[in-house]
Ligand binder design. Sequence first.
Ligand code: HEM
Length: 405
Amino acid sequence: MDYNPLSPESRANPYPGYTQLRSEAPVYELEAFGVFALSRHEDILHALKHPEIYSSSGMRAMMTGQTGMMGSSGDPGRMGSVTEANSLISSDSEIHERLRAVVNRGFTPRRIAELEPRIRKIAEEAIDSVAVKGEMDLVTDLAIPVPVTVIADILGVPRERLRDFKRWSDAIIASSTGVAQDDNAEAHLAAREEFLDFFEEAISARREKPGEDLISTLVRAEKGEGTLSAGEVLSFTVLLLVAGNETTTNLIGNTLLALTDHPDQLEKVCAEPALIPNLVEEALRYDSPVQGIFRQTACETEIRGVKIPEGKLVMLLLGSANRDESWLPGAGEFDITRDLKGHIGFGFGTHFCLGASLARLEAKIALETLFSRCANLRRTTDTTEWIDSLILRGPKSLPLRFDAQ
Ligand code: HEM
């Protein structure tokens, strides 16, 4: 078979390609890039359980555009040296454990629960601004503002810098997950430099006078309670933007796409909002916001009779694993009432998503607010333009009409 994750057909709808991969070539070499793709749930789980074979250094290659599969974003500027610092998502064993122990403190269940009233207020305000019109773009009016504002709050970014923060965040994301050549390379470089200026200053201000935000928690660790270098603090703030923003936006967008494609399910959840947490899990599985992650083989290995040499990049197609019928019968159907266990939309094992509870809470509150204030939700167009990314999946925009209530 001939599989190309970058073809317009795969980008618009990757699922038929995944089905074919799982049955005909579960370990598929993308020869043009020297990258291997795994597509079965069982194999991907195996890889995630064996970091000594499948190293997370593959994530560094992904985030710095070294896979050869994504366009170059030009001069990395100072960001180049930030991504050289140890990053949680691309490190293994002891280094990963040390970094994870520090950042876990910022994401305890208590800390996340404390954010609830704030998230609710952000979602309410977002709906307030569109309610009278009876129409909105779900992506720009709700799915983007919620996670961006929450992460800005977590990092202690003042309100008046929110617009800048969003611009910086877009620039960083464009240069780490984009597919196409970056047409705005210069503007993005300038925005990334502004981001670094802002956070370098914020980090030194928190060193002088720590507060309650996450930067202060990280800086305290830098001072000796834990062991973070200044570069690692900066690298973590970048990671939060890349890992925590657009992913959650896409989850909210994909959920509404799936619901408007399945009006019976939309009706069910509007009648019974207690189903929302289940809906969120099913949406994470059915149309995963993170379709793939990368690993790099630390030694030669063999899987399903295919030899993968040492040092090769391996793409783990989470979006395919979550649709694998041999793991979950009926995986191709969208069913918000199913008893769902074991989807890997947030990954699995030591690198399991740090922000999973936050993302679940944000999506739950955004959807509760939407359903309680907007009845009879319907799409105004059947065509969907997808964001420009090899690994993230979500609609660029999603115009909806509704009856305000
Ligand atoms: C629906 C939204 C989200 C999805 C689908 C998602 C998905 C994932 C996945 C698949 C991984 C595993 C990466 C790997 O194994 O290489 C991951 C890791 C991570 N996520 Fe998320 N994520 C989401 C939201 C968030 C949020 C809101 C944050 C933070 C505010 C966040 C922060 C992180 C971090 C820091 C890691 C690295 C953890 C580690 O390496 O130990 N994510 N995420």
